[in-house]
Design a protein around this ligand. Structure first.
Ligand code: FES
Length: 336
């Protein structure tokens, strides 16, 4: 049977399903619990059981000291609740608390999506899950090439399976390598995490997520994290791309919108052929569309990814519509 879990001192609560470890249940519920191996060997997930019963569901190599054991310290990745429990656990509250990690990953899958975007799946060694907060990015190094920043698009609850997106860009060495040379089983070095584009979990305000092109990647992680939290917030997701078919995770967004009353999805395309057939970018129109939909932004949080000029324009326009400066969270895309 399932049991209720309460984390202290945060007071965060969640339900653990039968046979789910406390770590699995907590991560699934969006708690930023520290962990590294998820198999009982590193000790990173040590926490104190304050009340309630647990049972060991996995053997572990890491030895909890006698003094800690007497205090009730256990490994959250190795125990499941046997009753409702209260757990005193450290939760990662800021990016500064996450150590920099360098991990040799292996390509586990390459999946070509609509819009000529490659979904790159990277597996870390089992004992070396990548710790990060939703919205952060990492340096990805491909053989013989300079490292590139890529947003980590997966939920941090599964730090052994990393996900990033690369758009086909002829002439760009990184992109060409991914599309022509990278293969399943290849080693890819991942270093990080970096970035402060993370969710303000204290806020309960409705959120506008505004992505440009592959800038949807960090928003995917943020949206999935927001959905995992107990209190579901109203979310609007505006995703602008060059062409309609460039919404490479369109089905995923539509499935979220179908499943949740709180989630609204607005795909936008920016290309309109001018009289001479040349592209006519309409980023500004996308910003105006958001202000048209929400003329008073004073009660919102906005999370936006895009090129510098577009982000700057949007920030000014949203402020003029009442958005408080500190409620605008931005990630400028350095490369696509
Ligand atoms: S012992 Fe490593 S995460 Fe639990």
């Amino acid at each position: 049977m399932s049991h209720d879990v309460r984390l202290l001192p945060s007071g965060k609560t969640f339900t653990a399903q039968p046979r789910e470890t406390l770590l699995e249940a907590g991560l699934r519920a969006g708690a930023s619990l520290p962990y590294r191996c998820d198999n009982g060997s590193c000790g990173e997930c040590r926490a104190r059981i304050v009340s309630g019963q647990t049972r060991e569901v996995r053997p572990h190599d890491y030895v909890v000291s006698e003094a800690e054991r007497i205090r009730g310290v256990q490994l959250l990745c190795c125990v499941a609740p046997a009753s409702d429990v209260e757990v005193e656990a450290r939760e990662i509250g800021s990016v500064e608390e996450i150590p920099r990690q360098v991990i040799a990953t292996k390509v586990s899958k390459l999946h070509l999506l609509d819009g000529e975007v490659m979904e790159v799946h990277l597996r870390t060694p089992r004992s070396q899950a990548m710790q990060f907060l939703p919205g952060q990015h990492a340096l990805i190094t491909l053989p013989g090439l300079l490292p590139r920043y890529r947003s980590l698009a997966n939920c941090p609850c599964n730090g052994t399976h990393l996900l990033c997106y690369v758009r086909r860009a002829p002439g760009d060495a990184f992109s060409e390598y991914v599309f022509t040379t990278l293969a399943r089983g290849d080693q890819v070095m991942v270093e990080g995490p970096e970035g402060r584009f993370t969710l303000d979990e204290v806020s309960t305000r409705p959120i506008i997520f505004f992505a440009y092109d592959v800038g949807f990647a960090p928003l995917k992680s943020l949206i999935e994290h927001t959905m995992a939290l107990n209190e579901l917030r109203i979310m609007w997701c505006y995703w602008m791309t060059l062409k309609p078919e460039d919404h490479f995770l369109d089905n995923l967004c539509r499935s979220w919108a179908d499943a949740l009353d709180e989630f609204h999805y607005v795909p936008l395309s920016s290309l309109r052929a001018g009289a001479d057939g040349a592209p006519n970018w309409r980023e500004l129109a996308a910003v105006e569309r958001i202000v048209e939909d929400h003329p008073d932004l004073s009660g919102f949080d906005v999370y936006m990814t895009g090129p510098q000029g577009m982000v700057d324009f949007a920030r000014r326009r949203f402020m003029a519509a009442g958005l408080p400066t500190e409620r605008f969270f931005q990630e400028v895309l350095r490369t696509f």
